[in-house]
Ligand binder design. Structure first.
Ligand code: ADP
Ligand code: TYD
Length: 210
């Protein structure tokens, strides 16, 4: 492991298996002696977890699109300052379930084309990209079935339904093509263990290089 740490993110549509794979990867790396922090967005720090409740609960039109971008970015800034950057500076591996690519997709595409605004705010307030982004890709019907089967109160986005998830899937694949140096696309429509093997191979490869 490099002294500067390694920043790995998982991305993909709701229910694609990101949390499951992030947890398995963290366990696997820890059992081979790596120092790992497993975290998530929105949230990951006490302040950002409070913002999480504001953005994920309540009516779909609770926030204007612009306010929503500000809230997700505020949560990310706190998470970055208090958790991600300090961990990377200590040389830890940071595994994060969603990061800025989710804002590029959900806030950038779901309610009009606001990608330029998302990117501007990102440059100003975050200015950090992962070393490696694992996109768990699958057909949206499958992800939505899985996501809805664990029904909870955080449903503002899941309730947008399959049409939005289709656009998100296509958007994530476009994003992978836009940033090919850090993105790897993994077929998520397989058994958990098969997906986990691909994840592990890609990460071990990256650790050897860095
Ligand atoms: P995400 O974090 O992308 O929303 P989760 O990891 O929470 O996805 O998975 C959503 C649901 O699907 C969970 O109930 C999980 O146990 C299940 N799941 C995850 N990966 C698979 C898989 N490869 N095959 C079948 N079910 C899965
Ligand atoms: P998450 O808990 O990862 O949901 P899931 O496990 O269903 O994938 O994220 C909750 C929701 O927040 C998800 O629908 C995507 C949305 N989201 C954004 O809209 N913008 C963001 O920047 C992030 C990080 C998440």
């Amino acid at each position: 492991m490099t002294k500067a740490g390694l920043f790995i993110t998982f991305e993909g549509i709701d229910g694609s298996g990101k949390s499951t794979q992030a947890r398995l990867l963290a366990d696997d790396l820890r059992s081979s002696g790596h120092d790992v922090i497993l975290t998530r967005e929105p949230g990951g720090s006490p302040g950002a977890e409070e913002i999480r409740a504001l953005v994920l609960e309540g009516a779909t039109d609770r926030w204007s699109p612009e306010t929503e971008i500000l809230l997700f970015t505020a949560a990310r800034r706190d998470h970055l300052e208090r958790v991600i950057n300090p961990a990377l500076a200590r040389g830890q591996i940071v595994i994060c379930d969603r990061f800025a690519d989710s804002t590029r997709m959900y806030q950038g595409l779901s309610r009009g084309d606001l990608r330029a605004m998302v990117d501007q705010l990102h440059r100003l307030m975050i200015a950090k990209e992962p070393d490696l982004t694992l996109l768990i890709d699958m057909e949206p019907g499958l992800g939505l079935d899985r996501a809805l089967s664990r029904k909870g109160s955080e449903e503002r986005f899941e309730e947008f339904g399959e049409d939005l998830q289709k656009r998100m899937r296509a958007g994530f694949l476009d994003l992978a093509a836009e940033f090919p140096e850090r993105f790897r696309v993994i077929d998520g429509a397989r058994e958990i263990e098969a997906v986990a093997r691909d994840v592990r191979d890609i990460v071990l490869d990256k650790l050897v290089q860095s």
